[in-house]
Structure formats: structure tokens, C-alpha cells
Design a protein around this ligand. Structure first.
Ligand code: G3H
Ligand code: 13P
Ligand code: ZN
Length: 311
């Protein structure tokens, strides 16, 4: 089994009316849970690595774990750099065996974003690696990119078309109302996605794969479970899964999920300690955490992405 690019995955996802899940990895249990779920569901898969993950787990461990998961789960998947801040980190990951990189120039103005993205595309394509870029700004907190809710800026479809033509990228992340983290909307606010912008982007870029970041649904049952026994998560609201399912049927070929993995793990670990206050072997609660992530990824594959039996 091997690390592969997203090219074929996205072609099939676009015509098949589903999306591929891009799940963030941070440790062995998360990698095992995601790859086991994808293998069991025969789903295409993208594992993605943020700057925070590299700092926490170290690149050498993440790369070794990804290769081990390929072998152990018996599947092909793409290994993707999430929110690459500059050319140097993209180059380092390409040189290290990643099959896909994101250059996130969304904090720059249009021309600067084009410039840095174009440079990454030239290097990546010369090495058989695909490139995702971002246009428009998501509210919330992401690696190296802090964008306040007030600065949130939806993607302009005409700019998106020009951006794709000028850069030669393989996929584009757009801002249509999703945002990173567990607190996507204020309490009382109604979650909304700008499907009109998505439709216009798709009309201008027929067949071109669109990416949604910040696409966790912040599943209410998990937040409830975390708060049941003294947890103190404030009200958290995510993107309704029905909206993501709708987006996946069209031009959206990649949906990024990290926060829901965190919630599933934490809910499992908190429940374990409430039920078994005597536990002290990390394998006891990490086994539960791994099971919860596996169940969550299965749920996303079947109910949100529609990617089961598509590998
Ligand atoms: O987009 C951001 C991802 O959820 C990664 O988050 O920087 O905390 O690893 P992180
Ligand atoms: P969430 O925080 O909604 O899971 O988004 C993750 C993401 O976009 C990673 O790039
Ligand atoms: Zn993101």
C-alpha cells in the first residue's frame, strides 16, 4: 500500500457526488482510528498534518506512523500538509514524502497569494505532489493565520477563477461561512453556509475540486458528554451535517475535520474516568478514546461525506 496524491480521489468524488474526508492527525491512536475506519468502510482518505501537530508529535514520528498505518490498515491514502505557512515548509514536506501540500496565503493580498502559491505549485508539480491553496478568510484560529470574526471575508467567485488560472493549483479552499475550532457561531446565531457563492465558484470552475476547512459539526451529544460530569466547555456550535452533505454532493471534494476528533476523544476519556476513577494505565482510557474516534470517522464517512465503498 502507498501514499498517493488526491488527483484520482477528487476526480471520482466530483463525478460521484461525494467528498473525501481530510482528518487531522496528532498521535498514534488518532492515526490508527482514522485509517481503521476508512479501511473498514472502503473509503478514500486524506490524513493531514498541521504545524501544531508537527510541534506536538514531531515530523519523523508522524511520517513513520503514517507509513505504518498504510501497511497495517492495508489502504492507500494521501498525506497532506495542512495550512502550510510559506514555501519552505511546503518544500520540506514535499522533500519528506508528503503527497499533497496546502500553501495558505490567505493572509496576503491577492497578488502576493498568487505569487507564493505559484512558487509552491512549480516545485510541487515537478516532484509529483499536488497543491491546495486558499482564497478568502475563515473566521477563527488556525496555524500561523489569525483572522478575527470581524475580518471574515467570503471568497469572491471571479477572483477564485482568476486565482486558479494564474496559479495552476489542484484544489482551492474557499470561505463560505465555515470556520476553525469548536466555536464557529455565537450562541443563538443560526449556522449558515453561502451555497450561492459555492454554486457560482462551481459554475466558473467546472470540474475543479473545492475544499471546505473548518467543517466540524461540533456534535452536540459530544459537548454534552464532556460537560456532563463537571466539564466546562462553553456553548459550542458547528456546521450542521446536512449542510456539509449537501456541499459534498457538488463541487466540494475535500472536507476538513479536526475539532470533532478532539471532542470524540475527550468525551471518551472523561466518561472513562467518571466510570472508573481508579484507572491509571493510559492504555485503558486511550483504548476508549481510539474507539470513539473510529466511530466518529465512520459516522462522517457514511453520513456526511458519502465516501463509503468508493476507495
Ligand atoms: O486548521 C487547523 C487545524 O484544526 C489544526 O489545528 O494547529 O491546533 O493542530 P492545530
Ligand atoms: P475544524 O476545526 O472545523 O475541525 O476544521 C479543521 C480544519 O479545517 C483543518 O484544516
Ligand atoms: Zn483548516
Amino acid at each position: 500500500m502507498a501514499l498517493v496524491t488526491t488527483t484520482e480521489m477528487f476526480k471520482k468524488a466530483y463525478t460521484g457526488g461525494y467528498a473525501v474526508g481530510a482528518f487531522n492527525i496528532n498521535n498514534m491512536e488518532i492515526i490508527q482510528a482514522i485509517t481503521e475506519a476508512a479501511a473498514a468502510d472502503r473509503s478514500p482518505l486524506i490524513l493531514q498534518v498541521s504545524a501544531g501537530a508537527r510541534k506536538y508529535a514531531k515530523p519523523a514520528y508522524l511520517m513513520a506512523l503514517a507509513h505504518a498505518a498504510c501497511e497495517d490498515a492495508g489502504i492507500d491514502f494521501a498525506l497532506h500538509l495542512d495550512h502550510g505557512a510559506d514555501f519552505d515548509i511546503c518544500k520540506a514536506c514535499i522533500d519528506n514524502g508528503f503527497t499533497s501540500v496546502m500553501i495558505d496565503g490567505s493572509r496576503f493580498d491577492f497578488d502576493e497569494n498568487v505569487q507564493v502559491t505559484r512558487k509552491v505549485v512549480e516545485y510541487a508539480h515537478a516532484h509529483g505532489v499536488v497543491v491546495e491553496a486558499e482564497l478568502g478568510k475563515l473566521a477563527g484560529i488556525e496555524d500561523a493565520v489569525n483572522v478575527s470574526a470581524e475580518d471574515a471575508m467570503f471568497t469572491d467567485p471571479a477572483e477564485a477563477q482568476t486565482f486558479v488560472e494564474k496559479t495552476g493549483i489542484d484544489s482551492l479552499a474557499i470561505a463560505i461561512g465555515t470556520s476553525h475550532g469548536a466555536y464557529k457561531f455565537k450562541p443563538g446565531q443560526k449556522p449558515q453556509l453561502r451555497f450561492d457563492i459555492l454554486a457560482e465558484v462551481a459554475r466558473r470552475l467546472p470540474g475543479f475540486p473545492i475544499v471546505l476547512h473548518g467543517a466540524s459539526s461540533v456534535i452536540p451529544e459530544l459537548v454534552e458528554e464532556i460537560n456532563r460530569d463537571g466539564g466546562k466547555m462553553p456553548d459550542a456550535i458547528g456546521i450542521p451535517e446536512s449542510m456539509l452533505r449537501e456541499a459534498a454532493k457538488g463541487a466540494v471534494c475535500k472536507i476538513n475535520i479536526d475539532s470533532d476528533i478532539r471532542l470524540a476523544m475527550t468525551a471518551g476519556i472523561r466518561r472513562t474516568f467518571v466510570e472508573h476513577p481508579d484507572y491509571f494505565d493510559p492504555r485503558q482510557y486511550l483504548t476508549v478514546a481510539r474507539d470513539e474516534v473510529r466511530k466518529m470517522v465512520h459516522h462522517k464517512i457514511v453520513n456526511v461525506l458519502g465516501s463509503d465503498n468508493k476507495a
